[in-house]
Design a protein around this ligand. Structure first.
Ligand SMILES: [Zn+2]
Length: 78
């Protein structure tokens, strides 16, 4: 069973579908039981959606700024 901390660490990889299926299932199992992590995942997805638009921005947003935004969301705790 993953801890909330594990799920937070795996969240971006999970959204990017970079996890092996065993790991993905473990995250999904945790999400099914933990509303805090569900909320985090929802926020992170929203961030990724915004960043998707940010990538098309002119002038472009720097990778540092983008990483800082992602970190900001990952750091949020219930
Ligand atoms: Zn959790």
């Amino acid at each position: 069973m993953l801890s909330c901390r594990d799920v937070h660490d795996l969240a971006s990889a999970h959204i990017d579908r970079e996890l092996p299926w065993r790991r993905r299932m473990a995250v999904r199992l945790h999400l099914a039981m933990c509303k805090h992590c569900r909320r985090l995942m929802r926020q992170l997805r929203a961030t990724v959606a915004v960043l998707g638009r940010v990538k098309d921005a002119d002038p472009p947003v720097s990778p540092e700024r983008e990483a800082a935004l992602v970190e900001l969301f990952k750091r949020e705790r219930p």
